[in-house]
Design a protein around this ligand. Sequence first.
Ligand SMILES: [Zn+2]
Ligand SMILES: [Zn+2]
Length: 138
Amino acid sequence: MDPASGDELCDRCHLKRGSCHILAIVNGEKSKRNLCPDCLAIESPSLAALTNGAPCEYCGGPASSGSIDTLGNLVGEQHLVYRCYPCTIEMSDFVQKAMKALPTDVTHETMTENFRRLRKTVNEHMREWVRLRRLGSN
Ligand SMILES: [Zn+2]
Ligand SMILES: [Zn+2]
């Protein structure tokens, strides 16, 4: 079998094709799972229902995953966000680099304020990135 064909088996039942790629980002760690639609529905019914047809928040394409917004989490706002795979990768790379550049010897309030600002920067970066990606594909 061609390993690049995307015919990976479901991580849970190992019988069907894992056509649903779930990318969860927890504490900056990416964990990717391939599940078949059945197992996806069993493991996370709300996620499956919500991801089904949900658009990527940045480019509007079909979302491949729903995950907790890492930066939102840091400023005390927990909510699920939907993103397509390329946007997820781009964003988490950008966030990781930006986080490293943040000063750590500051008060909790300053830190939260920095995260808030970073979130804005990330959104601006993603909008620009999506725009450039669209131009590139034409
Ligand atoms: Zn399965
Ligand atoms: Zn996208």
